[in-house]
Design a protein around this ligand. Structure first.
Ligand code: NAD
Ligand code: ZN
Length: 436
């Protein structure tokens, strides 16, 4: 394979140093919340966000007052975006059906999709007030029928952001907390004197938020590992450098650690894009973070063939994959590891992030190898049940069960089957023996 790096990000070893630091901060902070509850949460909010209101939970009148501050235009835009997210989520919900089959005469097996009973939805807001993340988690939980939705977001510039709070409220949040980072995630999962713990945490966030969810997994459920944004552009000469550079920087601006990767089979496009990125970085108002991300994590990878591009793309398993080639559908058919695909030059990640209707909470750090993004199905638990309706079925399946239990040496298990064979099959099976 001839894969050439025209630009590389910082080596994997240095990236894992960053991870180790975050891991230990999160560990200590969660332990602190566990032992000192509300007191720790307040101290952490003061320390990281300089925010210490009388109550972190917003009252109905505070919510109302914040919503009054959102312009009519912004409210309409939020409503439009939520309508798109709802439409797609409802279609996905409808694709998940409860089933029941008669697997053998008299034997009925089924499953039911049951909503998680309480979820904590994290809406990021350190650098940017991420209004859209409220639709993605709160509204989707609502479509799934979750009866208790607690939403949390950090203060933005010292106060709750009106548009984020409006989106949470309109999305169907039952409780809204103005809390960020590890203290929000910890308080929701562990619980405090004032916050009832939830059963599952969802939503994206920075490295601290993603790591806190990871460490709390097991104690509560989590949707997926959705850390700092990653983006990949797969392009050939059907598009130009302005398009590629814009799409790379458009996501690199999320933070100082957002990988943006160009994968192409055109040396000319690769070189032009490198130059175009420098040109745009000189004029982009958010260049401060985008420039650091690009320097530390940006990559330009040149391949000879489309097959090589496909192999590299599947291996990297980037969160967002923008495909602009003469064979976009071939990539759709053959890509197996990614967060979401954006096919053709008319789509883009920003529309996907904010408005088009697919969920923007997506797997990062190669989690796309084992999961897709957040969707209504993540809020539903699929539980099986069984029912045996006839004496014949109870006796017949019981004979198999009895023998298979004894094969493993489980005498007590076998008796569960035998008592049914005796009672419903009228057969005398000796206690502790296999039914013959
Ligand atoms: N994967 C996805 O689907 C997806 C989607 C949207 C956004 N994102 C990512 O979400 C992130 C949002 O990050 P953000 O920082 O703007 O907001 P955030 O809300 O995730 O984090 C802000 C909080 O981080 C905490 N914090 C900051 N510095 C800290 C430190 N040194 N130690 C401990 N805690 C600290 C603070 O408590 C603050 O409230 C970005 O990285 C973005 O790429 C991911
Ligand atoms: Zn984005």
């Amino acid at each position: 394979m001839t894969v050439t790096y025209l630009k590389r990000g910082k080596p994997e070893t240095e990236r894992s140093d960053d991870d180790a630091k975050v891991r230990s901060v999160v560990e200590t902070t969660l332990a602190d919340i566990e032992t000192r509850g509300d007191v720790a949460v307040r101290e952490l909010s003061e320390k990281f966000d300089r925010f210490s209101p009388p109550s972190f939970r917003l009252s109905p009148s505070e919510i109302e007052a914040l919503m009054q501050k959102v312009s009519t235009r912004d409210m309409e835009d939020i409503r439009f975006a939520q309508a798109q997210v709802r439409r797609f989520a409802e279609a996905q919900r409808a694709s998940m059906t409860d089933i029941e089959i008669e697997s053998l005469p008299g034997v009925f097996l089924g499953h039911r999709n049951i909503p998680v009973q309480s979820v904590g939805c994290y809406v990021p807001g350190g650098k940017f007030p991420m209004v859209a993340s409220a639709h993605m988690s709160v509204l989707t939980a609502n479509v799934a029928g979750v009866p208790r939705i607690a939403a949390a977001t950090p203060p933005f510039k010292g106060a709750p952001n009106p548009a984020v709070i409006a989106a949470m409220h309109m999305g169907g949040a039952h409780e809204i907390y103005v809390l960020g980072g590890i203290q929000a995630i910890g308080a929701l999962a562990i619980g405090t004197e004032t916050i009832e713990p939830v059963h599952m945490l969802v939503g994206p966030g920075n490295a601290f938020v993603a790591e806190a969810k990871r460490q709390l997994f097991g104690r509560v459920g989590i949707d997926l590992f959705a850390g700092p944004t990653e983006t990949m552009v797969i392009a050939d000469e059907t598009v130009d450098a302005e398009m590629c550079a814009t799409d790379l920087l458009g996501q690199a601006e999320h933070g100082y650690n957002s990988p943006a990767v160009l994968l192409t089979n055109s040396r000319r496009l690769a070189e032009d894009t490198l130059a175009e990125i420098e040109r745009l970085l000189a004029i982009l108002p958010t260049a401060e973070t985008a420039r650091v991300s690009w320097a530390d994590y940006g990559e330009v990878i040149l391949c000879d063939t489309y097959d090589e591009m496909l192999a590299v793309a599947n291996d990297i398993a980037s969160e967002h994959v923008q495909v602009m080639t003469d064979r976009d559908d071939w990539f759709l058919e053959n890509m197996h590891s990614y967060g979401a695909l954006f096919l053709g030059p008319r789509t883009n990640v920003a529309n996907g992030d904010k408005v088009i209707g697919t969920n923007h909470t997506l797997p990062t750090k190669k989690a796309g190898r084992y999961t897709g993004g957040l969707w209504v199905g993540k809020f539903l638990k699929t539980h099986s049940y069984q029912r045996v309706e006839t004496d014949e079925a109870a006796a017949m399946i019981g004979e198999y069960g009895s023998r298979l239990c004894m094969l493993e040496g489980f005498v007590g298990h076998a008796e569960q089957c035998n008592v049914r064979v005796r009672r419903y099959g009228g057969r005398n099976v000796a206690y502790g023996a296999a039914a013959e």
